[in-house]
Design a protein around this ligand. Structure first.
Ligand SMILES: NC(=O)c1ccc[n+]([C@@H]2O[C@H](COP(=O)([O-])OP(=O)(O)OC[C@H]3O[C@@H](n4cnc5c(N)ncnc54)[C@H](O)[C@@H]3O)[C@@H](O)[C@H]2O)c1
Ligand SMILES: [Zn+2]
Length: 349
């Protein structure tokens, strides 16, 4: 059984630099392999903010209006016509990536590295890949992950960024019993703290420039917090594993300083393209392992299971929720990382 859908639905559309609109968009017919998902919540991510504020996220430049949003959860209201994917009424999280094998070599078991990979709400390709900050979204069955009944949709809204954090921690290998340092305690850093805690890190130190992110980091499991970039205090942490989640070269410098000899530094914060001024020489003489971390693969299934069984605790990361009608206000709050953690849009009316 499926409900009768309206002809249009409200969506958050980036039209260009500084031009973000909450507007009605037409509902298009889904492809045979696509389900229609009624979106419940959407988390605002740094890339959404970049498209709004700069008309670009890194190298991805907005050339036409694009629906934003890749951190979404909802309920299937029409199953894919080809019978694939979950049935009507199923609550789902969404894996936003579509890997695209091409002629460039990459490790096959790491589709996140496929060079032509598209992502919901990304202007990396032309035409752009619309996101799903919309009342209804047509999504291919393979993106949909059924949510256990015990998992509330509001908590599940963190599945995507938590998967980014899970993948980043996973890059460091076994962290059980280790000392971990997290540089930058925004949503990604705070979620990394939560993942480290669950994975059995013995001591977790979180760093940020502001009080609010540090409060959140403590609430999800940091044993100690450090405010600012006091090089001596950071070096004294002497961490086996460092997660760089500030996305600034200052943060990366702190990450390198805070790593113990032979330690691992996972770089998940995205730096601007081009040369970065970082004290890299320490990485040589201390034999640090510098590891990149980009998006995630099947970790999303582990994250859903861990959220559902309560072993991964992330609730404090969400600090604000706005109805879609106040979408622009939500973006204003989200851009102020001194005051907000993850800001959710509520699409339910
Ligand atoms: N690699 C990936 O796949 C991936 C995926 C999602 C997000 N990201 C990136 O991860 C980073 C974090 O994302 P977020 O949503 O938490 O962003 P955010 O901007 O909300 O958080 C960054 C935090 O770092 C803090 N910070 C800035 N400079 C610092 C410094 N020198 N030392 C310590 N803290 C500092 C800020 O105060 C802020 O709280 C961003 O760069 C984002 O683009 C990467
Ligand atoms: Zn995101």
């Amino acid at each position: 059984m499926s409900i009768t859908l309206p002809a249009t639905g409200l969506a958050v559309v980036a039209h260009g630099k500084g031009d973000l609109r909450v507007e009605e968009i037409p509902l298009t017919a889904p492809a045979p392999n696509e389900s229609i998902v009624e979106i419940a919540y959407g988390g605002i991510c740094g890339s959404d903010l970049h498209y709004w504020l700069h008309g670009a996220a890194g190298e991805s430049i907005l050339k036409e209006p694009m629906v934003l949003g890749h951190e979404i959860v909802g309920v299937v209201v029409r199953q894919a016509a080809d019978g694939s994917g979950p049935g009507v009424g199923t609550a789902v999280a969404v894996h936003p990536a579509t890997p695209a094998p091409g002629d460039v070599r990459y490790p096959e078991d790491r589709p996140n590295l496929s060079p032509g990979c598209t992502y919901l709400g990304s202007a990396a390709r032309h035409p752009h890949t619309d996101g799903a900050f919309s009342r209804y979204a047509n999504l291919p069955s393979r993106m949909l992950r059924q949510l256990p009944e015990s998992l509330e949709l509001r908590t599940a809204a963190l599945v995507e960024p938590a998967s980014v954090a899970w993948h980043a921690v996973g890059r460091a290998g076994d962290v059980k019993g280790k000392t971990a340092l997290v540089i930058g305690s925004g949503p990604i850093g705070a979620l990394a703290v939560a993942v480290l805690k669950r994975a059995g890190a013995a001591r977790i130190v979180a760093v940020d420039m502001h009080d609010k992110p540090l409060e959140i980091a403590r609430a999800v499991g940091a044993d100690q917090v450090l405010k600012g970039d006091d090089a001596e205090a950071i070096a004294a942490v002497d961490a086996d594993v460092v997660i760089e989640s500030s996305g600034s070269h200052f943060g990366l410098a702190s990450a390198i300083k805070g790593a113990t000899r032979g330690g691992k530094v996972v770089m998940v914060g995205l730096l601007p393209s081009g040369p970065q001024p970082v004290f890299i020489s320490l990485a040589i003489t201390r034999e640090l392992e510098l590891l990149g971390s980009f998006r995630f693969n099947d970790e999303i299934d582990d994250v859903i299971a861990a959220l559902a069984d309560g072993s991964l605790f992330v609730d404090p990361v969400v600090t604000h929720e706005f109805n879609l009608s106040h979408g622009l206000e939500a973006f204003e709050v989200a851009r102020n990382s001194a005051e907000s953690g993850k800001v959710l849009l509520n699409f339910q009316q």
